[in-house]
Design a protein around this ligand. Structure first.
Ligand SMILES: Nc1ncnc2c1ncn2[C@@H]1O[C@H](COP(=O)(O)OP(=O)(O)O)[C@@H](O)[C@H]1O
Ligand SMILES: [Mg+2]
Length: 302
């Protein structure tokens, strides 16, 4: 059974009209998005900025209403649950955000930041709470004394570790990481990614890892979904996507990755131009295409 399943999910934003233009506009952002996460896997959701990745994440944790479709978690339709049952399920889904500078409350010390989810669900004595927070800090490689410090006293990478500690406090089943390393220096990115992989293995977490960068998900994910204009246009294992990409949009993302080998650079530039030209011609037709199964693990809309 899958842990998380999105079935034909659609989400739109409503842009309210101005005084002169009363009519409000409906802007579709997610269109019939379907995907499935199996227990223990890391699924990479990849697409260019603006394609709806964060909106999808927010829909999963209940911050956006669905205009169509269903989301199942542990086999249960989240929209059908009572408030209480829903709260229990939401305990199992935690999220970390892109910007470690704005996602941690600057007026709270690390103790209060990490303890917040605990206080929502568990009644711990102050001493037990402190012990738990210190243990979590230790696990993410930070000093126990950090409990009394404030977010501005940490580097970006350290803040992201604090965010991870907070997300792990309730031992969730699913972690949604929305571009967790995109705001970090390249030198710190690899450290945080390795660390996330460690945590994922240790806690047998299922992870939805969102990124605009295929390079980032390559060494981390088991499977990858390529998202274009609010829908997945190709899905497969890392091998499928990197070795046998089928969709033009996937090929475009691959071609945009920097080429390290100087001998291949010229060829890659030429290839990129050719793909972009084709893309401009065909981009509007992508979402009309039929889903085609390429192998047991691989499909694309072609
Ligand atoms: N609150 C909002 N109101 C209206 N449009 C929004 C809002 N939030 C995001 N959008 C639009 O929805 C689209 C998808 O946004 P988002 O989910 O943040 O994409 P991504 O995370 O892939 O960059 C974008 O075109 C964005 O401008
Ligand atoms: Mg986003």
């Amino acid at each position: 059974m899958s842990l998380l399943q999105l079935r034909d999910v659609s989400v739109h934003y409503t842009k309210t009209g101005s005084f002169f233009k009363r009519k409000s506009a409906v802007i579709p952002v997610i269109a019939q998005l379907s995907l499935e996460l199996r227990p223990g896997e890391i699924y990479g959701l990849v697409g260019e900025s603006g394609c709806g990745k964060s909106t999808a994440a927010k829909a999963i944790i209940g911050l956006h209403q669905l205009s169509a479709g269903q989301i199942f978690f542990n086999g249960e339709d989240l929209s059908q649950l009572t408030r209480k049952a829903r709260k229990q399920q939401m305990k199992e889904i935690q999220m970390i955000f892109q910007d470690p500078y704005s996602s941690l409350n600057p007026r709270k010390n690390v103790w209060n930041i990490i303890a917040e989810p605990l206080r929502n669900f568990e009644k711990l004595s102050k001493a037990d709470e402190l012990k738990k927070v210190q243990k979590l800090l230790q696990r993410v490689g930070l000093n126990e004394e950090s409990v009394y410090q404030y977010p501005h006293q940490f580097s970006g990478g350290q803040r992201q570790r604090i965010g991870i500690a907070r997300a792990m406090a309730l031992q969730p089943q699913l972690l949604i990481a929305d571009e967790p390393v995109s705001a970090l220096d390249v030198s710190v990115q690899a450290q945080v990614l390795n660390f996330m992989k460690e945590i994922q293995e240790e806690f047998r977490l299922t992870m939805l890892f969102i990124s605009h960068d295929l390079g980032v998900v390559r060494h981390l994910c088991d499977r990858i979904g390529i998202m274009y204009r609010g829908s997945v246009v190709e899905e497969g294992t890392v091998e499928d996507i990197f070795r046998r990409p089928q969709h033009l949009y996937t090929k475009r993302l691959l071609a945009a990755m920097p080429e390290m080998d100087p001998e291949k650079r010229q060829h890659k530039i030429k290839q990129r131009l050719q793909i972009n030209e084709e893309f401009d011609r065909l981009a509007d037709t992508f979402l009309d295409a039929e889903l085609q199964q390429i192998s047991d693990t691989h499909w694309a809309r072609l």
